[in-house]
Design a protein around this ligand. Sequence first.
Ligand code: ADP
Length: 488
Amino acid sequence: MPNVLFVASEIYPLVKTGGLGDVAAALPVALRDIGVDVRLLLPGYPAIMEAVSPASTHLSLPLLPGIDAAQICSGTMPDTGMPVYVLDCPRLYRRDGGPYQDAHGSEWLDNELRFAALSKAAALLGRFEISNELNFPIDLIHCNDWQTGLVPAYQQYLHGKQPASLISIHNIAYQGLYGANTVPSLGLPWDSFGVQGVEFYGLLSFLKAGLFYADWINTVSPTYAQEIQTPEYGYGLHGLLGHRKDALTGILNGIDEQQWNPLQDQHLKAPYSVDNLAGKELNKQALRQRLGLSEENPSKPIFGMITRLTAQKGIDLVVPIISDLVQEGAQFAILGNGDKHTEHQLREIAATFPQQISVTLGYDESLAHQIEAGVDIFLMPSRFEPCGLTQMYSMHYGTIPIVRKTGGLADTVTNVSPSNIDNGMATGFVFELESSDVLLQTALQAMLLYRNREMWQQLQRHGMLKDFSWKHSAEEYLKLYNKLVYDF
Ligand code: ADP
């Protein structure tokens, strides 16, 4: 079995802004469960330093010009016991605010240093003499997103091409673009700054560096792996990805079934399962009470959304049709944060129908669980979606997703059709065109089917019975690791 260093810039539940945090928490554990020795490398943000209380090994590493007070400490994750190396560099990571932004939502001005340092530390750890000192000879470095994109570049230029490298794209829209003047401050040679290197339209691109130099590229669904090779979805990197298509695959994420399980979810009013859906009704009632939604007509369907409010998530397709659906008898439970203009629009709509629409702006893990359990229909009309987790949580919770046919949404939700509602295949509603009208028609179709309790429950059961566990994904990753370490 290969030894794997899994490098990530966030991890649930300590520091999370999106799906990457969930993946970093769950995939290494699933890999460990099938026998792979995986260790994490994380930045020493305050939450991580505190929770991991790293102690045993301290290794000082020369990182970037001017940044030499960095140490690698080892410890374990508090909840899963996963072994973790923490890059402790107070100047870069010990500050209040988010992992990428300050408390006011502005990007940290030294993000290029912060994540180049993380990448450099990973490349250094990969060196045989260092990993040997840690008693962990690394066979493969698994990088994630732009924050770790420079790992293979540092390997290429400074530390040797071993061990093997894999980069996973969780979202190609975020690339880590910086001015050319950063090249020397990150300790990269000018040789690297070209089309055949880290340069991207005159800038230094962390993600492009990873995609160019890594031995293999992976993304989080087979459909997204295809889509990013097109101009529409590739965010300028489609040419390079097309060129590297023989070293590009997609493996679907799983969901953490410890955290997301309606039978043992601490956040819920009542547990339930595929064999007994009665608890779902109690959660719906509790959700209405918590959010101040009218209980006059308990059989009305509730639509839910839990999302970052960005153009990616297609919230602008939803906003114009909310009142139409409310007039048809629907209610809404929306939880999200992000774009201020969208937050304002949502607040206004909620004020128009306070008893039918609830909008919670902010990040609320507990409410996210209660929405998944308490609503009937989940909206996810994303413009693009590398994998998406919330549609899988929904199906697992007997909540029927309405998704746009893109990326992981296309790979995980099977559209209802007259022929597949009886045969266990259909799990939700899938539409193609990026249009509010089409979304509205699909939502109305869902409301119509919702009235047929028997068919609806069939749909719920199909989704709840699907296997979204990490075990399957972990096995796919192991196959890929083995290929990269032993067959290349
Ligand atoms: P992305 O990574 O693009 O944001 P995913 O569907 O892959 O989308 O993952 C989103 C994760 O973040 C899910 O675990 C979801 O429950 C959570 N999430 C998103 N917004 C919120 C929020 N406002 N409050 C609580 N959880 C949220």
